[in-house]
Design a protein around this ligand. Structure first.
Ligand code: PAF
Length: 296
């Protein structure tokens, strides 16, 4: 197992990155960044493994970003598991872990200037969590700057496709604001029962976990219909979820994978190109999101 170097300030991080990139002896080595908020699970391990496979040097960050929590209780409840996180990242072959304190990331308190996620950030998750995506984009911009190689290098960043709206917004930020980094989405990791890996799953009781499976079942139903060239019939998939006691549906839509604009998905609509089904629901007080790519 690797023992990642720990950096707690941007200066320490930059020094460690330069040393490891130079040690490769390559003219243009590759650096992969995996931003996380800790409480790591197999979904994060897949991000780190993807970065490890593609790059000479891999950095993971662990920072619970207060800016992206609209509910202080949610922030206080967020699991903090640094030792276990370091072990998982070491196992995945990560070279450097950047774990700054809140005062290091936001020395003057909450920042005055933030990245705006625009209309795309106010829909779906943004409609339920006001300000969430401005907070995500602001911290991701800062993390991308902190890990920016100071010597010639390829620069890549890895994000889980489970947070599909987050990935779409980060891609737009990188394109719209000319960040010199390539964004790589990594497929969702599912438990054997189909539940998408999430830091929130630890809060589900055994019955709630069974209830939660209806989300992936409904997504798989859509995927099967799309693959067979049959009408999507989103209302039938919605019905599968709403008829399950214990689950409160927040939204379920079929959208364009890049713009997240709604696509027709009624009982007689077949797929005319790549699409993404996005779902969010509450199981008790636990809010879960999931999604699936649909293709014919
Ligand atoms: O996906 C997450 O864990 C967070 O939103 C991220 C990208 C690390 C920003 O805090």
């Amino acid at each position: 197992m690797n023992h990642p170097r720990l950096a707690t300030t941007p200066a320490e991080l930059s020094k460690a990155i330069t040393e490891l990139l130079e040690a490769t002896g390559k003219d243009r080595p590759a650096l992969g960044l995996v931003p996380t908020m800790g409480a790591l699970h197999q979904g994060h391990a897949a991000l780190a493994q993807a970065a490890r496979a593609d790059n000479d040097v891999v950095v993971a960050s662990i920072f619970v970003n207060p800016l992206q929590f609209d509910d202080p209780d949610d922030l206080a409840r967020y699991p903090r598991t640094l030792e276990a996180d370091l072990a998982l990242l070491g196992e995945a072959g990560v070279d450097i872990v950047f774990a700054p304190a809140e005062e290091t990331m936001y020395p003057g308190g909450a920042p005055l200037v933030r990245v705006s996620s625009g209309d795309l950030g106010n829909r779906f998750e943004g409609a339920f969590r006001p300000g969430h995506f401005d907070g995500v984009l602001t911290v991701v911009a800062k993390l991308l700057h902190c890990a920016q190689p100071a010597v010639p290098a390829e620069y890549r960043a890895y994000f889980g496709q489970k947070d599909a709206q987050q990935v779409a917004l980060i891609r737009r930020m990188v394109a719209d604001l000319n960040f010199p980094v390539q964004v790589f989405p990594v497929p969702i990791v599912r438990a054997e029962d189909g539940l998408a890996e999430s830091s929130r799953n630890v809060f589900l009781g055994p019955e709630q976990r069974k209830d939660a499976l209806v989300l992936s079942q409904a997504l798989f139903q859509l995927q099967e219909r799309a693959a067979a060239g049959r009408p999507l019939d989103l209302p039938a998939a919605v019905e599968l979820i709403t008829s399950r006691g214990g689950v409160e549906l927040d939204y379920f839509e079929v959208v364009d994978p890049l713009t997240l604009a709604a696509l027709p998905a009624g009982p007689s609509d077949t797929l005319s190109g790549p699409a993404l089904a996005l779902v969010a629901a509450r199981v008790g007080s636990i809010r879960l999101i999931d999604n699936a790519e649909l293709s014919g």
